[in-house]
Ligand binder design. Sequence first.
Ligand SMILES: Nc1ncnc2c1ncn2[C@@H]1O[C@H](COP(=O)(O)OP(=O)(O)O)[C@@H](O)[C@H]1O
Ligand SMILES: N[C@@H](CCOP(=O)(O)O)C(=O)O
Length: 369
Amino acid sequence: MVAQQASKPSTRRRFTIRVPATSANIGPGFDVMGVSLTLFLTLSVSVPRDPPPRTFTTPNPQPQLSYTGEGSDEVPLDAYKNLTTRVALYVLRCNGIPSFPSGLELQCHNEIPFGRGLGSSGAAVIAGVLLGDALGQLGLDRNRMLDFALMVERHPDNVTAALMGGFVGSYLRELDAAATSAASVPLAEVLPEYPANAGEEWGIDPPSPPHGIGHYVRFGWAKEIRAVAIVPAFEVSTAKARSVLPTEYTRKDLVFNLQRLAVLTTALSRSPPDPELIYEAMKDRVHQPYRKELIPGLPQVLSSVTPSTHPGLLGICLSGAGPTILALAVSNYDSIAGAAAEVFKKFGVEVSWFVLDVTVEGSTLSEEE
Ligand SMILES: Nc1ncnc2c1ncn2[C@@H]1O[C@H](COP(=O)(O)OP(=O)(O)O)[C@@H](O)[C@H]1O
Ligand SMILES: N[C@@H](CCOP(=O)(O)O)C(=O)O
């Protein structure tokens, strides 16, 4: 008889983090609603098992970062400049772990186009929070992870959907004075530009998030509804798309959005979905009208592709801060996208599109045995 040899445990721990894209707002739910979609940011991580996290010793080690897919020509591969790894370091430092472990290797593959309103930065932030939690073996629960994400990405809609998954509505809790000042620390202090030279001091510890900043609820989503993301071939940064918004609104416009928001959350859960109800309930007067100056053809696309011209369509809106258009539909996905593409073409805008589903799961981490 041949003796079975126990396989030697690997000296490296390997795990994979997967974060979905999101479409935030869905028309009237500006900074409130988001839905997770089947495009992913995937991080494959390999790290020596020794030393254990709280005894990382090498000052400022340089993790090895490689990157494929969307954004690979522009994303920084320096872990002290890359959004995901800076967020991971922020989470580690807030938990008493001063640096990355040495020998850390990260391979990122990204399907989420940058600067298009499909939550690429929210996904990068969530990936960073999960990475920090896993490297430090911190055991943070999902709500605490959301606190960390909200210190970086300060509107809850897309990060909540990316972390929790599905169709979610969220709000930020009103914080007491001390927590408000902790949560309003400039981003440069939460995510400092780390010194380039190994061995240099980081400076003061970053501010830990207050507890329970964000709260959410998951709505139902009728399983026959698919999401067509029509993606123009240019970027609009979320910061720019927020800078064009007014700081005050009329009561008429607020009521317009609130009425639609209340109806939409339930209308999207009903089978069969009702296009008459949904098309009107996906209209918005809080952000889309102001963003048209950044997106040639936006009002024309939204008004010319309707359930009566395109059966199967339920509703159409800007995805996140744009410029992507989100069309919710139960059939005729390519002809809906083609019609939007035709309108955009008249304004000199080329597009590509994805037919996507809503993910049930949010972000995941799977360990290799
Ligand atoms: N996977 C990623 N890794 C590192 N940085 C990323 C990643 N995804 C997005 N970013 C950063 O976020 C920026 C886009 O963010 P933003 O303007 O909010 O648009 P979006 O609507 O795609 O979230 C990118 O230009 C890049 O700097
Ligand atoms: N509510 C935010 C959503 C931004 O989403 P993103 O996917 O464009 O980052 C906004 O509309 O500004």
